[in-house]
Write a protein of this length. Structure first.
Length: 182
């Protein structure tokens, strides 16, 4: 497992391949469906994203309320395909990685290559475990969305797998092909 402190360097991004396991530490931003819609509309109006986009990592999650004495509630990944219509616009702003679950559209996979970015997956069904990586959390935009508000998180050692790399590799495809050859 490769340990990475965010933001990614160009060398790190270029060296990560589909199927690589990563342990990420640093700042990520949460956003789901409605936040993505709002951000895309803001970009169309010439406005900025609610976070600094260059080199950002966006995690598709909407946490449950934090239990007493914890920073964050369960924070499992949501199905990424729902953000596919908005992803190319965020990539064009400089976002370098997305964290979610499930496959991405051909358009998103091509945009990841074009913008030299990654799609990472968190293990679905492990929401309580994933939340243990969160060290700080604060809402930075759209508080009226409740759990789906945009948050700035500082994470430590969040374990993820690269699904789509910046060269067009797709672990869902290569993994299935390797099983078929057995």
């Amino acid at each position: 497992m490769r340990k990475i402190s965010l933001p990614f360097t160009l060398e790190e991004l270029g060296g990560i391949r589909a199927g690589d396991w990563l342990s990420l530490s640093g700042v990520v931003y949460t956003a789901r469906d409605e936040a993505h819609r709002r951000m895309t509309l803001a970009l169309a109006r010439g406005e900025s994203l609610p976070f600094p986009a260059p080199d950002a990592v966006v995690y598709y999650t909407g946490p449950s309320p934090a239990p007493p004495r914890l920073i964050f509630g369960s924070a499992g990944p949501t199905s990424s395909y729902r953000m596919d219509p908005y992803t190319p616009a965020l990539l064009a702003q400089g976002v370098k990685a997305f964290i979610g679950k499930g496959p991405r559209s051909p358009e998103v996979r091509q945009a990841l290559v074009e913008h030299q970015a990654l799609y990472l997956a968190a293990v679905g069904g492990a929401a309580a475990l994933l939340s243990r990586a969160v060290r700080e959390a604060r809402i930075i935009a759209y508080p009226e969305l409740g759990p789906e508000a945009v948050r700035r998180l500082r994470i430590e050692d969040m374990e993820l797998v690269c699904i789509n790399d910046a060269r067009g590799g797709d672990w869902y495809v290569s993994g299935q092909n390797s099983w078929r050859s057995l």
